[in-house]
Design a protein around this ligand. Sequence first.
Ligand code: PLP
Length: 395
Amino acid sequence: MSLWNVPLADIDLGDDEISAVTEVLRSKWLSMGAVTAEFERQFAAMVDVKHAFAVTNCTAALHLAHLALGAGPGDTVICPSLTCVATANAIRYTGASPVFADVTSTENCNISPESIAARLDATTKGICVVHYGGYPCDMDSIMALARRHGLYVVEDVAHAPGAGCWVTLPGNGQDRGGERVFKQCGNIGDIGCFSFFSNKNLTTGEGGMLTTNNDELAERIKLLRSHGMTSLTWDRDRGHSFSYDVTASGFNHRIDELRSALGLVQLRKLAANNQRRAEAVNRYHEKLAALEGITLPFAHYADLSSYHLLPIVLPADDQRPGFMQFLKECGIQTSIHYPPIHQFTYYRSCTSPAALPVTEQLGRRLVTLPLYPHITPRQIDAVVEAVTAWHSQYV
Ligand SMILES: Cc1ncc(COP(=O)(O)O)c(C=O)c1O
């Protein structure tokens, strides 16, 4: 039972997930095997990429992505500060350092291509973008910048499974160069990293996925995911090999069959649930638009979102604690996405100070309202009523 009349997030789990997990338990094969292979196959098809690798969470996916792309000591990788700390931590695991770029505006919480360009220097190895709240970044500008400077691009797609945008293929009229195509998030940069954490649009409790079209990167990811070993327990059980070599100092970032079984059921529900989220967001936006001084990020967004978060920006810096308390007293849970990473004690101690005025303003004023596929119109109206009551008293 939730403590809240309207919780911040909720997930769509039912009998299909219970049956799928039970079936795996009955099979008695729990570590990565045929169910995971099928989850990867179907996920790759959804994103329209050649390769997908399921892992234990998105943090592990990001770690493997930066490693496979060659980040290491002395390198820097540009990423937003307005994100989950995992985005930056994963860069640090490789020995490289994150360099924080600002986000675009209070209406667009995604990393700003102009700010990325301003942060480039001889140490820059790559860029890690985050499709904030499920809204794809300006990938045309970011990919063009990366190509011009020979940088890699990792997409942190934790919020954005099923989201996508129109991009221009590189090249000048050759091999479809210049053509506009619609691509899923996770199929635009070199590697996409997804999260299946328990509040995400597609959940397995903990879990993640890497996607790529690059065969060499795929081989490297496969190796690093499982101790640097050239064959898996599953391969040996199938009689495909008797032994193995170790060709890299790898990790155990593997998923298991129980979570892959959950993932397969959740994947079937993803598009419909994203659509339900879209309808909820439309209802919120229509009703909240009248409240002067409150900004609704991404309210006029043109590409395809997965509507993971519903952020609003309060009119003034000092209002958030009172606003969150007011909603709490109405039984409504809210959250903050995100306290900026560069202001955390640890990151203040290990990264150069950065001027990130938009991020810092959002860091003081952003609030996330409840959103999940089965939120009811009545629940949305209750949230809007509470926000309106707060607004009439304090703005
Ligand atoms: C943007 C972003 N990146 C990375 C992560 C890390 O994901 P995980 O919890 O699956 O490691 C999260 C988690 O919530 C996230 O929101």
